[in-house]
Design a binder for this molecule. Structure first.
Ligand code: C5P
Length: 212
């Protein structure tokens, strides 16, 4: 039995008390991955941004809002875990300043200054112990496989799941599961639960059973 941490859903970066930057990630892939991992008998901690999805009741779910909060919660759970699956779509930018009161319209438009948020998978890929593994996701619209492999190396992942842009907020996904050496170990398309089962199967085979 392994302890697997799964990041899931979007994050939010507030501009003022009521407005925020986000994306349309639903958390569905994270929920399906949690179900697949639990079915294999693993312990699961989900670090989730704001979503409507129902996570399996046997998973420990930690709710977060911002990318920084997701990083802190993931880092803390990962310390006692065997592996991380980065299925979240964290917001990549945050306003340099957050207004404490609601911004009023001035008729002049609004200039936003943004900075990049921390990359959770890359941070933990760099910090992982020899006995830990990290699986990332990649969503590209061109040179899909090549870019996924480059991303896997850059973020020091042990495996990457390259998926299509249609996956966002959809019941289905079509993915390639790629090992660190660049080998495509599986291509699978269909409902996210089926895709999640196959991802967990490949994790079990290449990262858990081979790394007791
Ligand atoms: O660089 P890109 O966003 O395409 O990488 C996708 C992978 O990186 C996913 O596994 C996603 O969960 C992870 N990621 C992250 N923190 C970010 C941005 C992406 O963990 N700030």
């Amino acid at each position: 039995m392994a302890h697997i941490v799964i990041t899931s859903g979007p994050t939010r970066q507030y501009l003022d008390p009521v407005r925020y930057l986000t994306n349309s990630s639903s958390g569905k892939m994270g929920a399906c991955l949690a179900t697949s991992a639990l079915r294999l008998g693993h312990q699961v901690t989900v670090i989730s941004g704001p979503v409507q999805v129902d996570y399996p009741s046997a998973a420990t779910v930690i709710d977060v809002i911002s990318t920084q909060e997701m990083l802190e919660a993931t880092q803390s759970a990962f310390a006692t875990a065997d592996g991380l699956i980065g299925a979240a779509a964290p917001c990549d930018y945050m306003p340099i300043e957050i207004a404490s009161q609601k911004l009023s319209k001035t008729g002049q438009g609004l200039q936003l200054s943004l900075r990049e948020t921390p990359d959770i998978v890359a941070t933990l890929g760099a910090l992982k112990r020899i006995d830990q593994w990290v699986v990332g996701f990649a969503l590209e619209t061109e040179d899909v496989r090549f870019r996924a492999i480059v991303k896997m190396a850059k973020k020091r992942c042990d495996m990457i799941v390259s998926n299509s842009a249609e996956a966002m907020n959809s019941p289905d996904n079509a993915v390639e599961i790629i090992k660190r050496d660049g080998e495509v170990v599986e291509q699978v398309a269909g409902p996210k639960q089926l895709v999640a089962d196959r991802i967990l199967h490949q994790i079990q085979k290449h990262l858990l059973d081979s790394n007791p």
